[in-house]
Write a protein that binds this ligand. Structure first.
Ligand code: BJ8
Length: 421
């Protein structure tokens, strides 16, 4: 609408390029999402949120900023959200899943950089992302080498703050991580001018845990036979969790889960007779729906995502037993250190989680998803395959980016895998 356009212009977007991005996105969404049969009523909310991805949510953030609240953008689930919300700031996920802007990104980054990094840098350079433009602070982190170095470049264009993430999980590493969490707390307090207290931190811990719990509930329901929701829809819910208002989102997804529960009770599902598979690996940021779409048009249905836009982000809660600020901060430090990202060494717990999850969801196979040029996940895929083989579960390793060029080729491989299992 015209009022959205005025807002986008004020935020400095390239209106023409942005309009064509939204057009492509709308078409893509129609083909992949709206074409599904027997859609859940609860997905109407997600359809609406997505149709307003750069509209109403941006307006909300814009208005919040006008009232003095700050917006903090992140690219990694390591950034402790409780700290941000406790200081009454708003956190949004910025990692991007579209190819637009790649050309611009390749002027300042090597071509052999993963698509996720190129995408967030490209979105900024091509002035396509209103979320990025609204951020008062953008938090980077020292996870993979690609991101670590890209933030140095990105800091020429945005107010970047970098957290150091340890690479091991010994007591020395925990001490480093705790120091980083405290340093971040200070930075957020400086940004917002608000102190983090036991009281506001307790509330923020509750808020984030409630959002994790509803996503856990969704994941549990996907273990049902037949599965009551498509993998695409479930992925979208996880993607939207990164930028929607957390309270509203939690309520809406509980409503959707009520509907799913009813479906499960009546033995109704999507994709009757489809082969159950799980995805594992790199995150799929919105609007990266490529692989689930390919899988779900190849006789299979995705029943789980072992990824940061999936269970890696929702599996662990922050312990709510603490009463002092110090105890709560320790609980946050411990919870985040459980994240089993492939950037850690060793990372045995990820292998265990994958096998456990594959069994709990009763999958017939796992598709390991690696973004091209992502070394940590590519390296680990061999271990994942072995762990799954030992458990009697077949795995297919896919490496790809955001382009549509290899869709047919991937489809052939996925179909062959689905037929074989
Ligand atoms: S905790 S998975 S969100 S780092 S795909 S940019 S690793 S080259 S995204 Fe991640 Fe945090 Fe880990 Fe999760 Fe690098 Fe690989 Fe690209 Fe990646």
């Amino acid at each position: 609408t015209a009022s959205h356009e005025a807002m986008w212009e004020r935020l400095g977007l390239d209106l023409e390029a942005h309009a064509s991005l939204l057009e492509v996105l709308g078409k893509f969404y129609g083909d992949i999402y709206l074409s599904q049969q027997g859609r859940l009523r609860g997905m109407e909310y997600l359809d609406f949120v997505l149709s307003e991805i750069h509209g109403l949510r941006i307006r909300e953030l814009d208005e919040a900023r006008a009232q003095g609240r700050k917006v903090v953008g992140t690219f990694c689930v390591f950034v402790p959200e409780e700290i941000v919300w406790a200081a009454d700031a708003i956190q949004v996920g910025l990692c991007a899943g579209a190819e637009a802007g790649t050309e611009a990104a390749e002027k300042i980054l090597p071509r052999n950089t993963c698509a996720l990094i190129k995408s967030f840098v490209g979105f900024k350079l091509a002035r396509l992302c209103p979320f990025t433009e609204l951020c008062d602070m953008v938090v980077g982190e020292t996870t993979c080498d690609g991101k670590k170095k890209a933030y140095e470049t990105f800091s020429d264009y945005a107010p970047v703050y970098v957290m150091e993430i340890p690479q091991m999980k010994r007591s020395e590493d925990r001490a480093l991580w705790k120091a980083e969490v405290l340093r971040f707390k200070q930075a957020v307090e400086d940004l917002t001018g608000r102190s983090i207290t036991a009281e506001n931190l307790r509330e923020a811990i509750g808020l984030m845990n409630r959002r994790r719990r509803v996503l856990q509930r969704l994941n549990r329901l996907r273990a049902a036979h037949p599965v009551p929701i498509s993998g695409r829809d479930a992925l979208l819910i996880n993607q939207v969790s990164f930028y929607d208002d957390p309270e509203r989102f939690t309520q809406k997804i509980h409503d959707l889960c009520d509907e799913l529960e009813e479906k499960v009770r009546r033995g109704k599902g999507v994709a009757d007779g489809a082969v159950r598979v799980m995805l594992s690996g790199c995150p799929m940021a919105v609007p990266n729906w490529k692989l689930p779409y390919i899988v779900e048009s190849s006789g299979a249905v995705v029943v789980g995502e072992e990824s940061c836009i999936g269970t890696r982000n929702t599996r662990d809660l922050v312990d709510e037993g603490g009463t002092t600020l110090e105890e709560m901060l320790d609980a946050i430090v411990d919870r985040y250190l459980k994240i089993d990202c492939a950037c850690f060494t060793p990372n045995q717990e990820r292998l265990e989680h994958i096998v456990d999850m594959a069994r709990a969801l009763d999958v017939q196979g796992v598709i390991h998803y690696g973004l091209s040029f992502c070394q940590p996940y590519a390296m680990e895929s061999f271990k994942v395959e072995k762990a799954l083989r030992d458990a009697g579960i077949p795995m297919l390793a896919i490496e790809t980016d955001y382009s549509m060029e290899d869709v047919e080729q991937l489809k052939t491989r996925v179909e062959a895998f689905v037929e074989m299992i």
